[in-house]
Design a protein around this ligand. Structure first.
Ligand SMILES: [Zn+2]
Length: 166
């Protein structure tokens, strides 16, 4: 790669947080994969923090704001929405700007459950949806603060984008 080609690269970052419910019937979906837990996150859609953080990273990398700028959380159309679909739509907006996704990386911060058993499935689902390698890892908040008390789940994400336009 020549120096001028570096100007075709863009970085994007995303963050998302949802409070965790005490409702045993609330599904817990992360990276498009249903996780077995007694306290799923609250939100207008399925509250998938991994998809939301990656969507923000994609949109942010090309200057399109965040997911809330495109999909209003007051819109009944998105009530209970599958966030993998929202992520796919954000990826489409990103591609319309003339960019391709190089890779993505997401970090979930969650006290419990442990996500090791879900990691491969999340990575496979996200990588297939976005057509690029997406890695997912989990960090424990070590019982500190609201995250450590299982009051919320957080995800941070970064992506690298490359412009099709020379
Ligand atoms: Zn969200």
């Amino acid at each position: 790669m020549e120096l001028k080609d570096l100007a075709r690269l863009r970085v994007g970052s995303g963050f998302d947080l949802h409070p965790l419910s005490r409702d045993e019937n609330r599904r817990f979906v992360l990276g498009g994969v249903q996780v077995s837990s007694h306290n799923g996150p609250l939100g207008h859609s399925d509250a998938d923090v991994v998809c939301h953080a990656l969507a923000d990273a994609l949109l942010g990398s090309v200057g399109l704001g965040g997911i809330g700028d495109h999909f209003l959380d007051s819109d009944p159309a998105w009530s209970g929405a599958n966030s993998l679909d929202l992520l796919t739509r954000c990826h489409e907006l990103f591609r319309q700007e003339g960019f391709v996704l190089v890779n993505g990386d997401a970090t979930v911060i969650l006290q419990e459950p442990k996500l090791a058993n879900y990691r491969d499935a999340m990575q496979a689902k996200l990588s297939t949806a976005l057509g690029a390698p997406i890695s997912v890892k989990a960090k424990s908040p070590e019982h500190i603060g609201a995250l450590g008390a299982s009051e919320a789940v957080v995800c941070l994400a970064s992506i690298l984008a490359f412009s099709n336009r020379a």
